[in-house]
Design a protein around this ligand. Structure first.
Ligand SMILES: Nc1nc2c(ncn2[C@@H]2O[C@H](COP(=O)(O)OP(=O)(O)OP(=O)(O)O)[C@@H](O)[C@H]2O)c(=O)[nH]1
Ligand SMILES: [Mg+2]
Length: 304
């Protein structure tokens, strides 16, 4: 059977929800059932507002279609989750006729550098020449880590002095890419708490300087969110979007989370699209977001 990356990656989240569904009153579709379903969704990090909305939709569809038992309700829930996430399903838009620049931002340890390497690998497979920019000058080990990826990917990296200005590294990388005929620059940034004002200002500066290096850059600013984070992910998305023009999210570590609901809260509460999903530590473990595949992998419709 061909490998279904969604089914594999969402195994933990699916099992968590399945065990939660087992506590629902199996055949008695009624008020108690709806309340409990809402609680289950909230426990899965869906967020109260979105959970209420989802249950309301499932409920009216259930009435309309005369759904009677739990498997039928779960099928409706699947459909509603997919519909709810439909608008959030978008892909990266990188130009082919000019230098494409992607900047990766996010809190400490969310998966930025790993996602950058995976993205570089994907772009290389499309025949693009990709230059890496180590604009994480905060930790000496950060450039080393990116350097290891650059060697594995067989490409170059532009770096600066430890503690140097990350915006200068970003600027140099764009200049180097143009001079050396690269198609893309991927800019790695230091992890930062979204609550630290000066660090968020630094990010804003990197973005501004990239625009000065070449008009219209960066075309994509990806917010990398650790899918195991829970409700704090929404706060992060809001704060990073205030500082820079976030064009979409990458939900990293989807394979590690038992609570897939975070996707719904982030997209519904911030309006940000999900452009990529990380499903492991390997170079090929990066997939495009697919609302339907996600819903099907998350919700097991069999009687728990
Ligand atoms: N299972 C799994 N692990 C991941 C995924 N993405 C990243 N990781 C792991 O998460 C850890 C942190 O990843 P990094 O890429 O270093 O995170 P970062 O955001 O660059 O971290 P800082 O630069 O310190 O802020 C590493 O151990 C990665 O291997 C993923 O999709 N799945
Ligand atoms: Mg990093």
């Amino acid at each position: 059977m061909p490998r279904n990356p969604w089914k594999e990656a969402m195994e933990r989240a699916r099992h968590f929800l399945r065990s939660q569904f087992a506590s629902l009153p199996g055949r008695a579709v009624g008020r108690e059932m709806w309340e409990q379903l809402e609680e289950v969704l909230v426990r899965s990090d869906v967020g109260v507002a979105v959970a209420t909305e989802l249950v309301e939709r499932v409920r009216s569809e259930a009435m309309r279609r005369g759904a009677r038992d739990l498997p039928q309700l779960l099928q409706l829930l699947r459909e509603e989750v997919a519909a709810c996430l439909g608008p959030a399903q978008q892909t990266l838009r990188l130009p082919r006729d000019e230098l494409a620049v992607v900047m990766l931002v996010g809190v400490n340890g969310s998966g930025k550098t790993t996602t950058l390497a995976k993205l570089a690998h994907r772009l290389q497979k499309q025949g693009r020449r990709v230059l890496l920019a180590a604009a994480d000058t905060f930790r000496a080990a950060a450039a080393e880590q990116l350097g290891v990826w650059a060697r594995r990917l067989g490409t170059e990296m532009v770096t600066g002095m430890p503690g140097g200005d990350p915006a200068a590294v970003a600027f140099d990388a764009v200049a180097a890419a143009r001079a050396r005929g690269y198609h893309c620059v991927l800019v790695d940034t230091a992890g930062r708490l979204h609550t630290r004002h000066n660090l968020m200002e630094e990010l804003r500066k990197i973005e501004r300087v990239l625009g000065r290096a070449q008009a219209g850059c960066p075309q994509e600013v990806l917010l990398v969110i650790d899918a195991t984070t829970g409700q704090n992910a929404v706060r992060q998305a809001v704060e990073f979007s205030r500082a820079v023009r976030v064009t979409g999210c990458c939900l990293a570590k989807m394979d590690g989370t038992a609570k897939g609901g975070v996707v719904l809260s982030v997209t519904r509460e911030t309006g940000l699209p999900v452009k990529l999903v990380g499903i492991g530590q390997g170079l090929d473990d990066l997939i495009d977001f697919d609302a339907r595949a996600f819903a099907e992998a998350l919700i097991d419709t069999h009687q728990p």
